[in-house]
Design a protein around this ligand. Structure first.
Ligand SMILES: [Zn+2]
Length: 670
């Protein structure tokens, strides 16, 4: 008989409701509250008779139901005997895993395929970030089996467990509770943070799910402390990275250094200097120019940069810094500043502050703080329903040091104007999606300063007289028929330029909808991903109608070219896509759209620095500015793909080796 996952889950739920067992060790019954982006989305329940542990969780994410159940049977010493897991681990991924231990062998079945291996002396079973109860059991097993630095967990792979310290947290009964903090690596890409109470029960977990969205869980009595856990996880994660920073840096980078014999593209738009010198001291650029015009300080250490080009550190204007592993990823790709385009404020502001304090490894982080309207599709932690809620929201964002307000899809278009006015009065600009119910030009007319994603501009330019809520076949036909060469199209593009609209096109993420064989030819980064990311990319395949996607993508590239020629400010943004690598792809696509290579480079250096009002300290290689620099092999003005070959990245004067950075977060260096 073939059981559907839903049937099996209902059987387990039934079992859970039946029994009421005495409290034991481990707990007979346990509940965890589940969150995505700190919004409560569901519950995990478990029941344990000492031999068999059954868990079932279920949550609803943006209207999609995600149910997951597991059964774990173990021997008296906690060693797994049988494990089964089935259901969904996110909106996108299903699981049907089984591990059976017999005669010192493990038989592992995943997606219908089985393999058998000799049972290691110590091992556990599990399934990534969930079920949460299994993470607790993993820690119990680990603690009672010699606390090894790493442990094989089937069918996931080798995981690492590190006790990171203790935190004091106030629980629901206002009692101060001392919790042990652990970092667990290898359950997915990167690490998650877990706290255990004095009974070794899991108090909280902060990590990401299989979609790489923020995911959290709290045990009974700890839900009120969620934001404390999120902030603490961010700080600890960044600091843990910082502890390894020394091993990833280039020797001797603490002293003043002169890069000599380099080709210089300073980012200002000036022609390249063929034989240049750049001097870096105490985190700043102290001298720059042709070798004949710069006198080197006596005794200064020099680095010969023959064959390489020095440029300002790059920017990604559409990041989502959802886990601390993005820090090394960005630096490895030569990206020294990112704008986070919407996230958990407790997490990103802590990451930003920890990085700004010189701990950790990562780019400078600027925050566009997200707000959405209510509704089943809404995103983030902040909801704006009516205009009188605006002052409190702006005050909160201002206090958190947000550079911008980001609006999202479900915001009531009528709120754009009052929200923009309040943001502007508080010294913030407004960026975001064009909400449902309004088109791009109208949203700009209401006060939206910047637009994320080229798609909504293309839709506006192509839509003609179509109703504003038309997003289906009629709009698609209009897009397909749209000709960016007409005077009408040029006039609309000029309108955006006249309104000083700033666009981050995120072409790289749209390109992921093209057939993977197309993409592999242009994105070498795809071949460098750590296994959990590679699996995610393999499972979340391209869209169904390849030719249609190709035609649509060509229109998007053409629209970016049209807007650029009309003088619209374009800043490079990826929306993550292939981590780090896609920023390079984004710039390659700008060149394809008609930018000169120098213009493309400026879209990722001085232009975003100006847009974010940081051009006095960032964005170009000039005396007095922060030493955010990259040295790449070859000449990106001759071939923009040279940007992929980063030899050294300097962030705030600290020089890193990109290959070591990539490896530190599981990527194979390109
Ligand atoms: Zn985004």
């Amino acid at each position: 008989m073939i059981e559907s996952p839903a049937m099996r889950i209902s059987v387990i739920v039934g079992c859970l409701l039946l029994a009421s067992l005495a409290y034991g060790d481990p707990p007979a019954r346990q509940d965890f509250t589940l969150y995505k982006f700190q919004n409560q989305i569901g519950v995990e329940r478990s029941i344990d008779d000492g031999r068999e542990l059954r868990t079932v969780f279920s949550f609803t994410d943006r209207m999609n139901s995600v149910p997951l159940a597991s059964v774990l049977e173990r021997a008296k010493d906690g060693t797994p005997v049988k494990f089964q897991l089935w259901g969904k681990t996110s909106r996108l991924f299903t699981a049907d895993d089984r591990v059976v231990v017999a005669s010192n062998r493990l038989t592992i079945t995943q997606r219908g395929e089985s393999r058998s291996i000799a049972a290691p002396t110590r091992f556990f079973v599990g399934s990534g970030y969930a079920p949460v109860t299994l993470t607790q059991e993993l820690l119990r097993y680990w603690a009672s089996h010699g606390k090894p630095a790493s442990l094989p967990v089937f069918p996931i792979g080798e995981i690492t467990i590190e006790r990171r310290g203790e935190d004091s947290v106030v629980d629901r009964d206002q009692r101060a509770r001392t919790l042990e903090r652990f970092a667990i690596g290898g359950l997915g890409w990167g690490k998650e943070t877990v706290w255990l109470d004095d009974k070794h029960e899991l108090a909280a977990m902060v990590g990401v799910d299989t979609e790489f969205d923020h995911f959290e869980a709290t045990g009974r009595g700890f839900s009120e402390a969620l934001s404390v856990f999120v902030a603490r996880a961010a700080q600890d994660g960044v600091e843990a990275l910082g502890e390894t920073a020394r091993t990833l840096r280039v020797d001797g980078d603490d002293a003043a250094v002169a890069y000599v014999n380099t080709r210089l593209i300073d980012g200002t738009g000036a022609p390249p200097v063929p034989d240049a010198v750049v001097v870096v001291d105490r985190g700043k650029i102290t001298a720059v120019g042709p070798r004949t015009k710069v006198t080197l300080p006596a005794g200064i250490r020099t680095i010969d940069a023959a064959g390489a080009t020095m440029l300002p550190g790059l920017w990604d204007m559409h990041a989502h810094f959802e886990q601390i592993e993005w820090g090394p990823v960005y630096l490895a790709a030569g990206v020294t500043t990112v704008r986070d385009c919407g996230n958990e404020l407790d997490f990103t502001r802590t990451v930003r502050d920890t990085l700004d304090a010189g701990k950790g490894i990562g780019p400078r982080l600027l925050l566009a703080c997200i707000v959405d309207g209510p509704g089943p599709g809404s995103l983030g932690t902040e909801r704006l329903r009516k205009a009188d809620e605006i002052p409190a929201l702006i005050h909160k964002f201002q206090a958190a040091g947000c550079a911008q307000v980001k609006i999202y899809q479900s915001l009531d278009p009528a709120l754009i104007r009052p929200l923009s006015r309040a943001a502007h009065a508080a010294g913030m600009t407004v960026t975001g999606h064009v909400p449902t119910g309004i088109r791009a030009m109208a949203a700009v007319g209401e006060g939206l300063d910047q637009i994320n994603h080229a798609q909504s501009v293309l839709a506006n330019l192509a839509a003609g007289d179509l109703p504003v809520d038309e997003r289906g076949a009629r709009l698609w036909r209009a897009v397909e028929a749209f000709d960016p060469g007409t005077p009408a199209a040029r006039k609309m593009a000029a309108w955006f330029a006249a309104h000083h609209t700033v666009l981050d096109p995120t072409l790289a993420i749209y390109e992921l909808d093209l057939p993977r064989s197309d993409l592999a030819k242009v994105e070498p980064g795809l071949a460098t991903l750590p296994p959990p990311l590679a699996a995610a990319f393999a499972d979340a395949g391209p869209g169904p109608d390849d030719d249609r996607n190709r035609r649509w993508f060509e229109k998007l590239v053409a629209v970016v070219g049209l807007l650029h020629r009309a003088g619209v400010t374009i800043v490079a943004g990826t929306d993550q896509a292939v981590p780090g690598h896609s920023l390079h792809r984004e710039l390659e696509l700008y060149v394809q759209a008609g930018f000169t290579p120098l213009e493309a480079i400026q879209a990722a250096t001085l232009v975003p620095a100006r847009v974010m009002k940081k051009d006095r300290e960032l964005g170009s290689i000039e005396v007095g500015k922060r030493a955010d620099l990259i040295l790449v092999d070859g000449d990106p003005l001759a071939d923009i793909r040279a940007l992929r070959r980063v030899r050294i990245v300097v962030a705030g004067g600290r020089a890193y080796d990109p290959a070591k950075l990539w490896r530190s977060v599981g990527f194979s260096p390109p």
